[in-house]
Design a protein around this ligand. Sequence first.
Ligand code: ATP
Ligand code: MG
Length: 554
Amino acid sequence: MADIDNKQAAAPDSASNFIHNIIDKDLENQKYGDRVHTRFPPEPNGYLHIGHAKSICLNFSTAEKYHGKCNLRYDDTNPVKEDMEYVDAIEEDVRWLGFEWDNRLWASDYFDKMYEFAIRLIKKGKAFVCDLNADQIREYRGTLKEPGKESPYRNRSVEENLKLFEEMKEGKYADGEKVLRAKIDMASPNINMRDPVIYRISHTEHHNTGGKYCIYPMYDYAHPIEDAIEGITHSICTLEFEDHRPLYDWVLQELEWEAPPQQIEFARLNLTNTVMSKRHLKALVDDGVVDGWDDPRMPTIAGLRRRGYTPEAIRDFCERIGVSKANSTVDVALLEHCVREDLKTKVESRNVVEDPIKIVITNYPEDQTEEMEIENNREVPEMGNRKVPFSRELYVDGADFMEEPVKKYFRLFPGNEVRFKGAYFITCNDVVKNEDGTIRELHCTYDPQTKSGSGFEGRKVKGTIHWVDAKTAVKVKIRNYDYLMIENEEGENVLNPDSLKETWGYAEPAAGDAQPGERFQFFRHGYYIADAKLTTDEEKVFNKIVGLKSSWKK
Ligand code: ATP
Ligand code: MG
């Protein structure tokens, strides 16, 4: 397993990071005057995930910090068909995280400029049309140890290159028949500089430019031009592009761009128990392994939102992990810790029991119901109390009773007395069983003297459990989640076949009328949200956001 970086729970230090240090210097030297302009450039080929959140937070917060600007730019230079369906989702996610772009732009709007610039490179003798096919190009490229070989087409005249490139654009050639390559250095120790392909032929309609182009620019050529046209100052990307930076700089230098943007790389986010590539996530959706991009088990922003995560928790997480130049894997427990911390002081508590056992309090008046006052949030007294009905028949959690208690079990068992949270001391007397031996109900008695809040100072009991009044109980569905990915014995990440466990329980009325998207702490269980899609007036379906206990080790 990858090294898990446990240091990162340290106090958030958003005040500064190595990227901000670079920007500080640039401002001092007036490299771009007083301007700071970043961009977030998603390819609209899938939903955004928690890794993208790191990039979004970094780019937008950096712009905010320096009173600069941040563009949302769709990197749509690859003419993929289903592009457009993701655009709305991307915008919803960025806004939900709490950011607003200064400009919303499309890289494909610069196709004409990119074409014009390619001609400029040809005229300078810095680009040539090559007839080698993909396999040959790979073969000629050489290896890390050996220099490459020059293409036999490398020394075509400017006139010939201009004519052939024009013909490529006119559609005279089939996909792969010719490419345009930058003329740099086949002996460069950096393979990216060995005459990289900058335009390829693809007879594919583009959502924006339709059939206008059948040649499309390669990422390494297009990206610096996109940044430069938009006046980006600091182009922040992930570490895989570090070796591509010389090419980024080469393109802008050959185009004689004044004050060209600079690329800065940071380590991408990796999380334990999480797949984080759109390709893999798309496969999970397409194969029906999950129920859509917003399945609450997905690491997508949409999935986390539906799961019950808050934007504050995700932003806090992104600050805590910080930005660095070293790749590492963050423990997913830190993400869980962040949402727990955020919800702790925000949501109200409710009584909900799972795997219920019925309780009959035999000495409690049959027709009586009391309204018990229970605090909404133990940590935040200002959140007040609510009234919870209590009567002769109740339900408790299946886990709160043991017919034959194990050592140190302080909850209900025959002969034992416990506190019913916010109500009375209750003693379990008899276990009443069905014919098949299963438990039908527990017969208990209460001590009227011990009413919560009455100042009763008599006996002490060791266990406190929660309960739901049977008459007013609302049956709710509960979806408990485990990680989508787990490690097998060989240490590989594989799909967890048990990532969703659906169960049901009884809720007190104040949880039984939850509205979609409403969050609670289920007392002693964890944090839950009424699923935004599945919750109706008739049926409440809760997603478990996170348990109460942290597995996060500081
Ligand atoms: P994936 O590999 O998941 O498909 P991608 O890099 O192809 O992601 P893009 O839409 O191209 O996805 O990414 C938009 C921006 O988000 C890029 O600047 C990219 O560097 C950044 N990004 C993507 N994944 C991560 C990650 N795991 N951590 C940090 N930044 C990321
Ligand atoms: Mg990409």
